[in-house]
Design a protein around this ligand. Sequence first.
Ligand code: ADP
Ligand code: MG
Length: 317
Amino acid sequence: MGEFELIRRFFATASCSRESEGVALGIGDDCALLQLADGEQLAVSTDTLVAGVHFPETCDPFLLGQRALAVAASDLAAMGADPLAFTLALTLPDADEAWLAAFARGLERMARGCRLTLAGGDTTRGPLCLTLTVFGRLPAGQALTRSGARPGDLLCVGGSLGDGGGALALVLGQRQAPPRVADYLLERYWAPQPQFALGRWLRGRATAALDISDGLLADVGHLARASGVAVQVERERLPLAPALLELHGREAAFGHALSGGDDYRLAFALPETYRDELQRLWPEAAVIGRVSAGSGVRLLDAAGDELPLPATGYQHF
Ligand code: ADP
Ligand code: MG
């Protein structure tokens, strides 16, 4: 199977590659053509996943396909962008047909769930590595950046925290759990759902937002720095899933929620006036603290006393 046959069989003929609204020209030419309406901006983000760094070489290709796209697409949701298209740069040690078929099925499942069209890519031989670039559309000027949080805003998250970090022991086969626990956590790890609907609702309401990929404290630290404000996180308000609590207990669950990465929930600053609407429309979301004048991140216990900050997120360099 040559390069072009590989592209045709596994990617160009996939149903997520069909031209769609916003993708005027897809796979097969030198470039794809994306169509925006008047007054729209294009949101663009790239993520690379390297075998042995971001996932084990032997990892299930179906799960890898799902997760690679979910992780990339989460950045679009975090800007409040509507999904448009993505490209896939795939470097493979060999053209293993079973591997490619499973990978393409996983990618397809997430692409359809997210309404993202595969519009192009590149295919090369080398050590296993994936680069996904995602494209989204936004009404001009309405992107949710990290930099607009204001003192007095609520600090909120889009759902349970710590699931990604808490799932790792199961992913690596270091621990076992009953199906009700394992099924939930493994699904959260392998198929995190980018919070597109929430991001869209936050447009014009939230003053700042990002997605939690490095761990809550590290990521709200980025938001605080970009906005020139301080944030307080109240530990008792962190939403923890029953499965996470059952596997790890409360203390370790807090640790995963605060510093374990890979949650892909949105974190955002929201003016107080939207508190009731948030709780009514997004019952999984939670107010976890406040924005105030100053700088840095403070962690508080139930009594309002300051707790020491645990070690922060993973950095490559
Ligand atoms: P070029 O040599 O002009 O860069 P390629 O031969 O790399 O073009 O690719 C041919 C077409 O197939 C292009 O439209 C490209 O976007 C698409 N393509 C290549 N690899 C992939 C892939 N892994 N997934 C999706 N589309 C791909
Ligand atoms: Mg090329």
